[in-house]
Ligand binder design. Structure first.
Ligand SMILES: [Zn+2]
Length: 299
């Protein structure tokens, strides 16, 4: 049977030229390069998640080919969605192992999904050519809408990891990007359970947990802690598996957002989705409502 999706992994060979050399395509056997196989496998798990859990056929829901490049740049210590494909660096002495981390791969792929479910892109701004550190850095995320974009990627990244491990909301660590940092820097990149708790994450984790900490113009990776924590609280209160309880509510809500939506709009959209699925008297609806109140997005 033909695969329901088409993956293509390229090797940038430490250059920043895309696409790079073709390294593995759909149905191809594992190759010698571990990074290529890791991206191939983790992209497959993420696409499986979207298909089996949400009935979504690839990034655009129309079966588009999913392209990734590994060994991007020299010691490039990041992973990203360029607007068209995923790109992974090899990392440096501080952070690495992007291709091994299922939740990071699911995070990047979900930026692509968000681009398709919110026409015009959620919080996406063009980066002027003079401000780019490298050619592929064409877009960036800004404001509360950009933080929502980041958060949705974290939420799905966390769910994919839990789904693959078969963990319910109580057993899950709710950490993103474990085992990627050098031990002296910390244990994980972010925590949805307790954003900004450096003992759980790393020594410079500045994520906000509620609107009390929010400052206008903050980095989207910091302000995303607020909607991240709202998802965690809702998922915990609903219970069971996150991808069966809170997950489908979030997935139904995000397409309702406009490109410049704020946190309050996301709160209202998730309440609307919860009411459509379960009714306003349901425990799901009140869990979502309580979650947004706890992070002080709703009064
Ligand atoms: Zn991101």
């Amino acid at each position: 049977m033909a695969a329901p999706y088409q993956r293509a992994v390229f090797d940038a060979g430490t250059s920043m030229q895309l696409p790079g050399k073709s390294a593995r395509t759909e149905g191809g056997k594992p190759v010698r390069d571990a990074a290529v196989n890791q991206v191939y496998d983790n992209t497959g798990i993420t696409l499986d998640f979207f298909l089996k859990v949400f009935g979504r056929n690839s990034i655009d829901n129309r079966g588009m080919r999913v392209t990734s490049a590994v060994h991007f740049g020299k010691n490039f210590s990041n992973a990203m969605w360029t607007g068209e494909q995923m790109v992974y660096g090899d990392g440096d002495q501080n952070v690495g192992g992007f291709t091994q981390a299922l939740d990071i791969i699911a995070h990047e792929l979900t930026h692509g999904v968000t681009q398709h479910i919110v026409p015009g892109g959620l919080g996406v701004v063009r980066v002027p050519v003079r401000d780019r550190e490298f050619k592929e850095q064409t877009h960036a995320l800004q404001g509360q809408s950009g933080a929502l974009n980041e958060s949705f990627s974290d939420v799905v990244g966390s769910m994919v990891k839990q789904w693959h491990a078969g963990e319910d909301v109580t057993r899950a660590s709710w950490l993103l990007g474990e085992h990627m940092l050098a031990p002296e820097h910390g244990k994980a990149i972010r925590s949805l359970k307790d954003p900004g708790n450096r003992r759980l994450t790393w020594y410079e984790d500045d994520q906000f947990k509620s609107m009390d900490q929010y400052v206008e113009g903050a980095d989207v990776h910091d302000s995303s802690g607020i909607p991240n924590h709202a998802f965690y609280l809702a998922a915990r209160k609903i219970g069971g598996f996150s991808w069966e309880g809170a997950g489908p509510i979030w997935y139904a809500a995000f397409p309702l957002l406009s490109p410049r939506a704020g946190f309050e709009d996301a709160a209202k959209a998730t309440l609307q989705a919860a009411s459509a699925r379960h009714g306003v008297k349901s425990k799901e609806y009140s869990a979502v409502h309580d979650a947004w109140r706890a992070v002080k997005v709703l009064p």
